[in-house]
Design a protein around this ligand. Structure first.
Ligand code: FPP
Length: 239
């Protein structure tokens, strides 16, 4: 492969904040949940496109630890969309070969959806075409706190030694343990914040903010974000 082609390989791991569903619905005089349903459709398209491009990991922010402040109707709507998608994944597993992982604290998620998350994770563990990480009841700070607690429990049980703690070891206690950090994080809808997304993992990610609402986000927008990523000069603190 030529040097130019190597440099144009897509990032191995892309993370997306699926923002703008509410504004998309409002512009059309539709209820917010119609925006989330359209957003879930866009997710399907983009996940397929990532697989075509050879992206290995796609992480999406489906529901944050702060999203519980929304109306009960909206919360149930988002959970239902997740349920539907996971049922589809389980049904079409052999055809799609998508590995599912869920990041976040599932203890607050209703048992029916929680079971589906666990089943999809277990049954898809052997697939590796593309790994989709759903952030569900996820907050970057909450993830770090849960990891600290798990690490401390391991120290108390004598399985870890504090003097041997490294960043790499600690990262294994995060929900993302074993997954490389995202090279590229995309936030559509014009907002320029990270909003508690991948707090630990994003330290050297390239951020691309785009002025398109998530339900309107297309494969060509993903191409544009990847092209922007390739224009960046990543120095990782060096020269
Ligand atoms: C942010 O847009 C979006 C969310 C809080 C939910 C995203 C969830 C989905 C797209 C569905 C999840 C299910 C699957 C299968 C992917 P917003 O409502 O904050 O938009 P706004 O800022 O325009 O109001």
């Amino acid at each position: 492969m030529s040097e130019e082609n190597v440099s144009l390989l897509p990032p191995k791991h892309i993370a997306i904040i699926m923002d703008g569903n509410g504004r998309w619905a409002e512009k059309r005089g539709l209820p917010k949940n119609a925006g989330h349903a359209a957003g879930a459709e866009t997710f399907r398209k983009i996940a397929n496109y990532c697989r075509t491009l050879g992206v290995k990991y796609l992480t999406v922010y489906a529901f944050s630890t702060e999203n519980w402040k929304r109306s009960q109707d909206e919360i149930s709507g988002i959970m239902l969309l997740m349920e539907r998608y996971l049922r589809e994944v389980l049904r079409d597993m052999d055809k799609n070969r998508v590995r599912i992982c869920v990041f976040g604290d599932l203890t607050r998620i209703k048992p029916k959806l929680r079971k589906l998350c666990e089943e999809a994770q277990e049954k898809s563990a052997g697939y590796d075409d593309v790994q989709v990480n759903f952030c569900l009841n996820y907050g970057g700070r909450d993830e770090i706190i849960r990891a600290v607690k798990a690490y401390c429990a391991a120290v108390q049980a004598g399985r870890e030694d504090v003097s041997e703690l490294t960043e790499e070891k600690f990262a294994n206690y995060l929900d993302s343990g074993g997954v490389p950090d995202p090279e590229l994080i995309i936030r559509p809808s014009g907002e320029m914040r990270l909003s508690n997304f991948l707090t630990w993992q994003s330290v050297y990610s390239e951020f691309v903010y785009m002025d398109v609402l998530w339900p309107d986000f297309s494969p060509s927008d993903l191409d544009a974000a990847i092209a922007e990523y390739h224009r960046r000069n990543r120095r990782f603190g060096g020269r």
